[in-house]
Design a protein around this ligand. Structure first.
Ligand code: ZN
Length: 417
């Protein structure tokens, strides 16, 4: 029996004392079933055992995991085994979260019984088939509509007809106060969408969507973070060009920074969509569906060639980028892995701490285009934005330049809350 096997045995004895006991046991089975090696199993168990002891009676969700990694780990004085490396903790706990909610993506909000539930189902149908929105957007809209029905205590259709603009305004103001600016904007958008649907269904008599206060400037209040040219260059140089994973990661980073692809779009990129001879790449769009065709920039073309010839493991996956380690070797990688990858290289490149999501690379290309004189419409096309409204956020990047010549930004005053 190996050192790790013995360690796992010892850990099994501890499981009953852990507040996460039954979950921990399932976690162990889950890891073994998915073919993790004993060392990884032991490592992950150690993390989750520590997490469980800290968790106590708190609910188990993504927010608590964040709290544990960000606030507890840096000051942890728990008795061993309590590994404190935050990346390792994050990976093990991410696995735990995906195990307890296997399909976050496909999870539907639960509909209440009675009138509210029936209404929401019709609304869902409308969002999917009439508006053709992406799953994530539909989920957010439904959640927001459900909140609205609950807060305004709607039990039957007749009540909707009595809604007044003041009520709507109060509801939105109250909801917005409870959230961050970015969410605030999606609340107003979702509320307007629901009100328009109700009008179309003849459940309200006039268009109340005009009563929703405009918070467009709130979203603009948060500047999208971008990378400076030299920071981007430093990031792109991080992956080791000699190793297969380094080749893969560099090519993925370039897909995001040169073409502005989202991490999900990089993950779904198919071999059949990449034609290095003609220099054309076709990516399936995450949000508005369909696909977009790009000319492959020289740097990216070179990186893809290197990865496909020397880095990519032999496998049957249709996607360009695949996992390099068991248990998923040769299988497509997911967008979360890509985001984690960006974060890791950014940290190693010594870039600002919360450089975070892969989105920053998209932001960077947008502001590069903007300073090169591209129009917002052109940027929207490249980034695959559904509405130009989403793109105006990048105009804010130029605010610094604008402020130097003393031009006021429309709505800049209302930004303070
Ligand atoms: Zn601790």
């Amino acid at each position: 029996m190996s050192k790790y096997e013995r360690a796992v045995r010892r850990m099994q004895l501890r499981i009953p004392q852990n507040p996460l006991g039954p979950v921990l046991r399932r976690y162990l089975d889950h890891l073994v079933r998915h073919g993790y090696c004993t060392e990884s199993v032991w490592d992950s168990l150690r993390v989750v055992d520590h997490f469980g002891r800290w968790l106590g009676r708190r609910p188990l969700n993504a927010a608590v995991v964040q709290q544990f990694v960000r606030r507890h780990l840096p000051v942890c004085r728990c008795p061993p085994p309590a590994p404190c490396d935050s990346r390792r903790n994050y990976m093990a706990l991410h696995r735990l979260l995906t195990m307890i909610r296997p399909s976050v993506e496909t999870r539907r909000p639960e509909f209440p019984r009675g009138f509210g539930g029936r209404l929401l189902r019709r609304y869902q149908e409308y969002l999917v088939s009439v508006r053709g929105l992406a799953t994530g957007t539909v989920r957010n809209r439904l959640r927001s509509a459900l909140t609205m029905l609950t807060r305004l205590r709607v039990r039957q259709a007749g009540q909707l007809a009595t809604w007044t603009p003041e009520q709507i305004e109060d509801f939105v103001a109250c909801e917005v106060r409870r959230h961050e600016p970015v969410t605030a904007n999606s609340i107003t958008t979702a509320t307007r969408s629901f009100l328009r649907f109700l009008l179309q269904e003849g459940l309200i008599r006039r268009d109340l969507s005009a009563a929703v206060p405009g918070f467009a400037c709130w979203r603009l209040a948060s500047l999208p973070e971008t990378l400076r040219e030299e920071e981007l260059a430093r990031l792109l140089n991080m992956p080791d060009a000699e190793t297969p994973i380094g080749m893969r990661d560099r090519a993925m980073l370039l897909c995001m920074s040169e073409l502005g692809l989202r991490s999900g779009e990089v993950a779904r990129l198919e071999l059949s969509g990449v034609n290095l001879d003609s220099g054309i790449l076709q990516a399936r769009r995450s949000k508005r569906g369909g696909s977009a065709t790009f000319p492959i920039p020289r740097k990216l073309s070179k990186a893809l060639k290197v990865y496909l010839r020397h880095g990519r493991p032999t496998c049957t996956a249709p996607t360009v980028f695949v996992a390099h380690w068991p248990p998923r070797i040769g299988k497509p990688i997911c967008s979360v892995t890509i985001s984690v990858m960006v974060k890791r290289w950014a940290a190693r490149a010594g870039l600002r701490k919360d450089i975070g999501a892969a989105h920053i690379l998209r932001h960077s290309i947008a502001s590069r285009m903007l300073s090169a004189g591209a129009s917002l419409r052109q940027i929207a096309d490249v980034l695959g934005h559904r509405s130009i409204d989403t793109t105006t956020i990048y105009a804010k990047v130029d605010l610094k330049a604008l402020s130097q010549v003393g031009l006021p930004w429309p709505g800049a005053k209302e930004v303070q809350r």
